[in-house]
Write a protein that binds this ligand. Structure first.
Ligand SMILES: Cc1cc2nc3c(=O)[nH]c(=O)nc-3n(C[C@H](O)[C@H](O)[C@H](O)COP(=O)(O)O)c2cc1C
Length: 301
């Protein structure tokens, strides 16, 4: 039975990827999880400088999902190189480095600095960060997306995965801008904006007022975006948003995703990716499918 997939030139043993920000830098989860069936882990987004993140509380569980406003807490590029990368590359699992920033130069600087690190195979460019000058997230504007991806493409031969915000009218337009400027693959979706208020104190539940909504509640919304892009463009997609079990992952693959990302559920069950990969195998056996790639885009309409 084949579970291996390719995101252009990045080969993964299984399509199950741990999503950025929900799996640390892998090392933190060592001893708690089995890496055996995980396709890859995506690191917490790194920015040029270390960041302490937003004021607490930074995570709030609602009836159906989770709102977070971590604020890109991370050790910064040099901290990542000193403290995180040496451990990350020793883990028995592939890794994808998530890159963030607040200007085009921020992203360029990180990619340039990491380009000669042979042990790094792939970047996921987190385009849900705000462009300070434009006061928009990079992937909310097709010009910002196009220019940034084109520049990064000229700086790296590693796999370039572009992660897009769902907070846009036309996801296909942004996805197309990323594809045309040289992306190898897309990652859909990041969190949706959300707010929750404590009616006793009349204060928002999060220290920075609003945050990004994830988990079960967003699955049908995310699935729709993935399907929209998959039916219009020919580019590998990492699909995710609210995946908690194998059946969720199968829906994303049937909608056209090549791989799937497992996010918030890792905070509850860190071994979720392994269970989901096992569930994919069970489904394939039951449906007599030998190769996971046969399942992609297989929704019957
Ligand atoms: C606590 C938390 C931190 C996150 N941090 C990042 C991040 O640093 N970079 C990023 O691209 N996405 C980040 N995300 C978004 C996830 O990677 C994922 O795209 C999103 O949560 C949707 O998937 P899910 O519903 O399975 O969690 C974060 C999500 C959560 C819940």
């Amino acid at each position: 039975m084949n579970l291996a997939v390719k995101l252009n030139n990045l080969q993964l043993p299984t399509p199950v990827i741990c999503a950025s920000g929900t799996f640390g830098y892998g090392e933190e989860l060592k001893g708690l999880v089995s890496f055996k069936n995980i396709g890859a882990i995506t690191t917490k987004t790194i920015t040029p400088q270390a960041r302490a993140g937003n004021p607490p509380p930074r995570i709030y569980e609602t009836e159906y999902g989770v709102i977070n406003s971590i604020g890109l807490e991370n050790p910064g590029l040099e901290g990542f190189l000193e403290e995180k990368l040496p451990m990350l590359v020793k883990l028995p699992v592939k890794s994808i480095i998530s890159v963030g920033g607040f200007s085009q130069e921020d992203y360029e600087g990180i990619v340039k600095r990491l380009e000669d690190k042979k042990e790094i195979e792939a970047f996921e460019i987190n385009l849900s960060c705000p462009n300070i000058k434009m006061k928009k997230m990079f992937s909310q504007k097709k010009e910002l997306t196009y220019n940034l991806v084109k520049s990064l493409r000229s700086l790296t031969k590693k796999t370039l995965i572009i992660k897009i915000t769902p907070e846009i009218d036309d996801v296909v337009e942004i996805a197309k801008a990323a594809q045309e400027s040289g992306a190898d693959a897309l990652s859909l979706v990041n969190t949706f904006f959300a707010l929750s208020i404590n009616i006793e104190t009349k204060k928002p539940h999060l220290g920075s007022i609003y945050g990004g909504y994830s988990a079960r509640a967003i699955k049908p919304l995310a699935l729709y975006k993935v399907w929209q892009v998959a039916r219009n463009l020919d580019i590998p997609i990492i699909g995710g948003g609210g995946i908690e079990r194998a059946s969720d992952a199968i829906e994303f693959i049937l909608a056209g995703a090549t791989a799937v990302s497992i996010g918030t559920i890792n905070l509850v069950y860190p071994n979720s990716a392994t269970y989901i990969a096992k569930g994919l195998k069970d489904y394939m056996k039951r449906k007599k499918i030998n190769d996971i790639n046969e399942l992609r885009g297989g929704m019957i309409v």
